[in-house]
Design a protein around this ligand. Structure first.
Ligand code: ZN
Length: 365
């Protein structure tokens, strides 16, 4: 989190202030499916009535070659820009060291692709740039392609990725893929145990359906500055498998936090309504809810995991996000005004309006 200053992602990206605030070859997919079948079939055979409808999967995790290469090149290219940010992810020492092992031919080709990224992509935002969102979705979908032949991306980008591909495969991919798969392997059992309940609660609280079945989640070694981000329509989280804040039980919160970005429109609208209501009676400078919807999202996802896992410390608390993005009384008021809605004793609009009114009335606002 030092490397990526926490969050603000807005539309989907994650981590706070702004707003929304994150693979493999067909071979891995097949392996995953085989493993799942081996694990789940005996359970299903033992417990499911013969007539039970097949359960719809909430989430589908991927470790894809092209989307990992894309983010890897993006991160390196960004490090060469004058406008780079201290919040940008940086290569691990292992990844940096591998860069020094490229032979002159590899290095020349690699640098050419990095230069293309630096000139055409790295200055744009992975979450808010429509072109980069389209590229991300195309490269995720091209997971099993060997050459991107059918991928709907520009010829120049395709060439840059194809040129870098054999080098990435030879030097980094095996380790990156293993890291992604290890991250997926740690979060999948948590999703199996708690996912249905959390998804049902989210739909009830946000009054919006689960975005789609399944929501595709791509695990990448490097995501954006926030460590995870989510694009919508369709809702697709991209999550860093190497971010220290995304590990262990926190991975469960991150996955459902990210997916919540595809379920938060009603809350956002209610907050805009509440903001307007506050300002009709206000003589001081207008109250701005800003990315308060994201504070609601952080609070809700963290609480839903903490309700299920004893001793769990929500992400925003553990990583100092409240203090940085929404200092008190924000969290106290979320607990006072929003939590009753989570518990079913206040409507969404009433809870949000109370939250906005109380926050606007706080000293200094
Ligand atoms: Zn978020």
């Amino acid at each position: 989190m030092q490397r990526r200053p926490l969050f603000p992602s807005l539309a989907g990206s994650d981590k706070p202030f702004s707003e929304t605030d994150v693979m493999l070859s067909a071979r891995l997919k097949r392996i995953s499916c085989v493993v799942l079948l081996v694990v789940l079939l005996p359970i299903a055979a033992a417990s499911a009535p013969p007539s039970a409808a097949p359960k719809k999967a909430l989430l589908e995790f991927h470790s894809g070659f092209w989307i990992n290469l894309h983010h890897f090149l993006y991160v390196e290219a960004r490090s060469t820009l004058a406008q780079k940010s201290a919040r940008d992810p940086v290569f691990s020492s292992a990844d940096e060291g591998e860069l020094r092992r490229l032979n002159p031919t590899e290095l020349s080709a690699w640098d050419k692709s990095v230069a293309y990224y630096a000139s055409s992509l790295a200055g744009r935002d992975l979450l808010f740039d429509d072109g980069l969102i389209a590229v991300k979705n195309a490269l995720e979908d091209a997971e099993s392609s060997t050459d991107l032949a059918q991928a709907p991306i520009s010829p120049e980008l395709k060439e840059a990725l194809r040129r870098a591909a054999p080098i990435y495969r030879a030097h980094w991919w095996a380790r990156h893929d293993a890291q992604n798969r290890a991250w997926i392997a740690q979060v999948e059992p948590l999703v199996s145990q708690y996912g249905d309940g959390i998804a049902q609660d989210l739909a009830r609280i946000y009054e919006e359906p689960w975005p789609q079945y399944p929501v595709r989640v791509d695990s990448v070694v490097y995501a954006n500055w926030a460590g995870a981000y989510t694009t919508t329509e369709p809702t697709r989280p991209t999550i860093s498998s190497s971010d220290p804040a995304n590990q262990g039980t926190a991975a469960l919160e991150i996955v459902f936090h990210e997916t919540s970005h595809g379920m938060i429109d009603k809350v956002s609208r209610a907050l805009r309504t509440a903001e307007a209501g506050v300002n009709t009676k206000r003589t001081a400078a207008p109250f701005r809810a800003g990315a308060l919807w994201h504070a609601v999202l952080f609070y809700t996802a963290g609480e839903l995991v903490a309700e299920r896992i004893s001793g769990y410390v929500p992400y925003a608390e553990k990583n100092g996000l409240w203090a940085r993005a929404w200092p008190e009384p924000a969290r106290t008021l979320l607990q006072q005004d929003w939590k009753p809605h989570m518990a079913g004793s206040a409507s969404l609009q009433v809870a949000v309006s109370q939250l906005a009114a109380d926050l606007a009335a706080a000293p200094g606002r």
